[in-house]
Design a protein around this ligand. Structure first.
Ligand code: FAD
Length: 424
């Protein structure tokens, strides 16, 4: 018997690039077929939870062979984790969970015809489609900043080579330099993360480049966890971190890559290292497929995560308009599980339960000082609303913060095993 292995299917699709006729990969025989676009946190979780039901044929389309997590990437920037420890091979999802993985990018979606076209030329058909492409950047909002400029002034807001570049620049920066972080307007991926980055880079500077400073040029006047961060900055890094809200400087307007300078409405700042985090929108395939509205994000039904614009297509993760849910890995994972069970109910008649939506984030202020928040959500009136919120407080004991930092490390292992199907 001849059977295509999952790796061969990846090769077959790649073959289209070399001029082989584009294959038409048919729906799974007998079992309904779900295609998932994007093998990051949201996409990998949906694929894994659907595949584990054994009654649905699941195909995951993702150009990368491994996922590097953005969460904990600020620890990498500070030299506290290796990038390898943040990297997860997607093949585990194929080997342990029976998911077909195609290494390619989706370039078009035919919603009425239930088909997806890949960059390599293949056309896939589906019964249900899940789109989880994460974020894209609104480059046009900062004059002079584009993909090429990001190779000199990294955003490091998608982990991997961008994180490596920023780490290299921080390591080679002279002591006494200014590290500028341009923090984006709302809504954006992981609201506390620019300020966690400032904290952990300050920790690194304190040890190796103590005369250096960090300047945060913010597009906002307030930010998530502000009191907790400002308290920690005065305790751990007095005089090292300056935060300039939008009301003082105006948002960042332009960058001059050659001069390494950042221009706001009223001032120009020279940076030894510049980390430009642009405004964000849904991953590009969302826009191309007509899944986004005027906000640039994808509206969805808060129970099933089905698009309100394109029936039969579900969207999870950072690309959605998530109501009160922040754009975080925990949120993406929680939405993905609710979405998987809703799809299973519609395709196989399994029971449909009300979704349980959570977010719990750990944020590092220093290696042994972390804070946490835990939120529960529920659909109400067509949007996702907060039901309950617990957050760490200023003035907690050092022991409580150390414990939270230890919990964060445990959470990371358990969470990534849940998403990428690893662990024992
Ligand atoms: C510095 C930083 C720190 C963070 N810390 C935390 C934290 O502590 N806790 C937390 O919960 N969250 C954290 N986050 C946020 C978290 O990383 C994101 O919210 C999460 O990754 C979103 O998951 P997603 O599936 O929507 O997108 P992603 O995980 O980015 O996955 C999107 C995937 O889609 C693929 N893709 C895109 N377009 C296509 C296409 N056309 N075809 C095929 N594939 C495609 C991409 O290659 C990518 O693999 C942090 C983020 C940053 C930047």
């Amino acid at each position: 018997m001849t059977a295509w292995t999952r790796r061969q299917i990846g090769g077959l699709v790649g073959g289209a690039l070399l001029g082989v006729a584009a294959p038409h990969i048919a729906r799974g025989q007998g079992r309904p077929r779900v295609i998932v676009i994007g093998g990051g946190i949201g996409g990998a979780t949906v694929a894994r939870y659907l595949a584990d039901l054994k009654s649905i044929d699941v195909t995951l389309v993702e150009p990368n062979s491994a996922h590097v997590t953005c969460f904990f990437s600020n620890l990498y920037l500070a030299g506290l984790r290796s990038l390898a420890s943040l990297t997860f091979d997607l093949e585990t999802l194929a080997e342990r969970h029976g998911i077909t993985i195609i290494r390619d990018s989706a370039v078009a979606i035919d919603a009425p015809g239930k088909g997806v076209e890949l960059q390599g030329g293949a056309k896939l058909s589906y019964d249900r489609l899940v789109v989880a492409p994460g974020i894209a950047f609104k480059f046009a909002e900062i004059e002079g900043y584009d993909e090429a400029a990001a190779k000199i002034m990294p955003h490091a807001w998608i982990a991997g080579s961008q994180s490596e570049l920023l780490r290299r620049q921080l390591k080679s920066m002279d002591d006494g330099g200014v590290f500028v972080i341009a923090a984006p307007p709302n809504p954006f991926r992981c609201p506390p993360a620019p300020y966690e980055r400032a904290s952990l880079v300050a920790y690194y500077f304190k040890q190796f480049k103590p005369k250096s400073k960090i300047l945060i040029l913010d597009a906002k006047d307030r930010f998530s966890g502000q009191e907790l961060f400002q308290d920690a900055w005065s305790r751990h890094y007095p005089g090292m971190i300056e935060w300039l809200p939008s009301q003082f400087t105006g948002a960042i307007k332009a960058v001059d890559v050659a001069a390494r300078s950042v221009v706001t409405e009223g001032e120009t700042f020279r940076a030894a290292v510049a980390n430009i985090i642009p405004a964000q929108k849904a991953g590009l395939i969302g826009e191309k497929a007509g899944l986004t509205d005027a906000s640039g994000w994808c509206p969805v039904d808060p129970v099933t995560f089905e698009s309100t614009l394109q029936p039969g297509i579900h969207v999870v993760g950072d690309s959605i308009i998530g109501g009160d849910m922040p754009k975080s890995a925990f949120s993406a994972n929680s939405q993905a599980k609710a979405c998987a069970f809703a799809i299973a109910a519609s395709l196989t008649g399994s029971p449909q339960f009300p979704p349980h939506l959570f977010n719990s984030c750990y944020t590092f202020l220093a290696p042994d000082d972390a804070f946490t928040n835990a939120l529960t959500f529920a659909p109400e009136g067509g949007r996702i609303k907060t039901v309950k919120m617990l957050i760490s407080k200023v003035g907690e004991s050092a022991e409580a913060r150390r414990r939270t930092a230890r919990h964060a490390v445990g959470w990371y292992s358990a969470f990534t095993a849940d998403v990428f199907g690893g662990g024992s």
